[in-house]
Design a protein around this ligand. Structure first.
Ligand code: FES
Length: 281
């Protein structure tokens, strides 16, 4: 039977997360929006998070906390990380969960400086040297095409310029708002009717674990890293970014990566690409 991972972060987020009203924002407003639309639940549970910190470089003097925390509010009894709500994420958490998975992958919703995120682990190091035909999940680095089919570029062009964009220790983190309607959905990492438990290359709907947006059923492949483009809703300017590939559904493009690093075994996000997360109203 296909395995299903429940990653829904919190009841009530879906309806409250669909954007409405405001049409222009600046970067700081964007960060605040990402926080506020994640419902008062976040505000009440976490308190005032350091939005300034997200604008600081790693090691900046503002004391920003770069650690990523699990978010399992309302799912404490269901999510595999339910007992770890608001605890810092560690690689060991994901490795242990992946070991119990038929796909060798694991994922969890999180919060990072008030921003919703999803972190996924893929046994890339173990599987990258094996034939693709064995169905073992590994990362792929590909060309990207925008929603009109126009070629944008290759992920490795961005990673060559900044190697921190490569998956860190078999982990990848993405911004947790859908590129369709900016939903902060009950993200689920699924192997269900859209997919099979065996991984297949290419980022299509066939095979492998997909990140699934429950709002309107968009699917994203966390194993396919590409370059793509999106639009800043405040300025209208387009920008290129590194992201995971859209596999299906109404979302026009994939989800942007937030580069990470390990501090010991703790997963930390790096705040260098804030502009990539400005596609929401
Ligand atoms: S908001 Fe995710 S599919 Fe519509």
């Amino acid at each position: 039977m296909a395995r299903e991972y429940e990653l829904k972060p919190a009841p009530g987020l879906v309806d409250e997360a669909v954007s409405g009203g405001q049409t222009t924002i600046n970067r700081r407003q964007f960060l605040r929006y990402g926080f506020n639309t994640a419902a008062g639940v976040l505000t009440a549970s976490i308190g005032v998070l350091g939005f300034a910190a997200i604008l600081l470089p790693p090691g900046g003097s503002g004391g920003g906390d770069l650690a990523v925390q699990f978010w399992a509010k309302g799912r404490e009894d269901e999510a595999w990380y339910g007992a770890k709500h608001l605890q810092p994420m560690t690689k060991a958490d994901f490795v242990a969960e992946a070991a119990s998975s038929s796909t060798g992958t694991s994922g969890a919703s999180g919060v990072w400086n008030g921003v919703p995120v999803v972190v996924m682990y893929v046994e890339h190091s173990r599987n990258a040297g094996t034939p693709e035909s064995n169905g073992k999940a590994r990362f792929q680095f590909t060309e990207g095409y925008d929603e009109t089919g126009k070629y944008v570029g290759h992920f490795e062009d961005l990673a060559d310029a900044d190697p921190r964009l490569m998956p860190s220790d078999d982990l990848v983190m993405v911004f947790g708002r859908c590129t369709h309607l900016c939903c902060i959905p009950g993200w689920q990492l699924v192997s269900n009717s859209f997919t099979e438990d065996s991984w297949t290359p290419g980022g299509g709907d066939d095979g492998g674990t997909k990140l699934f947006c429950i709002c309107h059923s968009s699917r994203f492949d966390p194993t396919v890293l590409e370059m793509n483009s999106n639009r800043n809703r405040s300025t209208g300017a387009t920008f290129k970014y590194a992201g995971i590939k859209r596999a299906g559904g109404p979302a026009p493009v994939g989800l942007p990566i937030i580069p990470i690093q390990l501090n010991g075994d703790t997963i930390e996000g790096l705040p260098d690409y804030v502009d990539w997360y400005t596609f929401c109203d």
